[in-house]
Design a protein around this ligand. Structure first.
Ligand SMILES: Nc1ncnc2c1ncn2[C@@H]1O[C@H](COP(=O)(O)OP(=O)(O)O)[C@@H](O)[C@H]1O
Ligand SMILES: [Mg+2]
Length: 239
């Protein structure tokens, strides 16, 4: 097998010839232009690129949140956007976890309740959801913050709640969009320590968009998005 064939055979998720544009009143903005990428099961993959280049768009397309204009997203070989809305809803809820730069926690609910939500949406028994959420939050070092609301948490703590929430349904793939973008260096490093630990212990697959060279250097592999396409990049050369 050549390199491409090897990658295809081991890919958890693949974007093939992905196009995505946005129509505004004045123009059509072509963000992704024939982008190809593969995420290997069990890796921590970094995605870098200039602001506005389409990194968030790419993550949304991979995670079933935003339908591409053309091209395919193959999850374990299945083209997710050729399936119906029931499949896509289940895919987003069960197979994918999302972590966002601004945490996106619900302000009126506790850390524990926030972490439980995707499990309740997925019809998990409430007691089991609570037990799982609690175990995850304890693992994130938040044993003493279970009943705190987002306004009573630091940035680092909030992002760890968001990480627990993203893992509650044991997703195959965790997509994180600049998860350390709003954290100081120490909290960012601590989040990365947790991500690496989850990867090593459970083989959890991560795709992580970052602006930070320090964070990118801790990825297994780094891709750069530029001109609507994805290219491999030597992580030691990122400036
Ligand atoms: N819903 C939308 N409508 C119009 N333009 C959008 C929309 N979402 C994103 N864009 C534009 O598409 C480009 C890529 O956005 P984004 O994926 O958020 O970039 P990045 O995450 O790399 O900063 C940007 O120029 C942005 O302004
Ligand atoms: Mg973005």
């Amino acid at each position: 097998m050549n390199d491409t064939a090897t990658l295809n055979a081991t890919c958890l998720i693949q974007g093939v010839g992905v196009h995505k544009s946005y129509k505004t009143a004045r123009e059509t903005l072509h963000v992704l232009k024939d982008a190809d990428l593969g995420v290997v099961q069990g890796e921590v993959l970094g995605i870098v690129g200039a602001s506005g280049v389409g990194k968030s768009t790419l993550l949304h397309v991979l995670g079933g949140l935003d339908r591409p204009d053309a091209g395919q997203v193959l999850f374990k070989g299945t083209d997710i956007y050729s399936q119906g809305s029931v499949f896509l809803d289940r895919f987003r809820n069960r197979k994918i976890g999302f972590v966002f730069q601004f945490f996106n926690l619900l302000p009126d609910f506790t850390a524990l309740e926030n972490a439980m939500f995707p499990a309740l949406i997925g019809d998990m028994d409430k007691k089991m959801a609570r037990e799982r959420a609690e175990a995850l939050l304890v693992r994130m070092g938040l044993k003493d913050r279970l009943t705190h609301k987002p306004g009573e948490l630091s940035g680092g703590e909030s992002q760890r709640v968001a990480l627990a929430r993203s893992l509650i349904n044991q997703p195959d793939l965790l997509l994180a969009d600049e998860p350390t973008g709003n954290l100081d260096a120490r909290a960012g490093d601590a989040l990365l320590d947790l991500i690496r630990e989850l990867n090593q212990t459970y083989g959890q697959t991560f795709v992580l968009v970052t602006h930070s060279q320090r964070i990118a250097s801790r990825m297994d592999r780094v891709l750069e998005l530029a001109g609507g396409k994805v290219q491999p990049i030597d992580k030691d050369l990122i400036l």
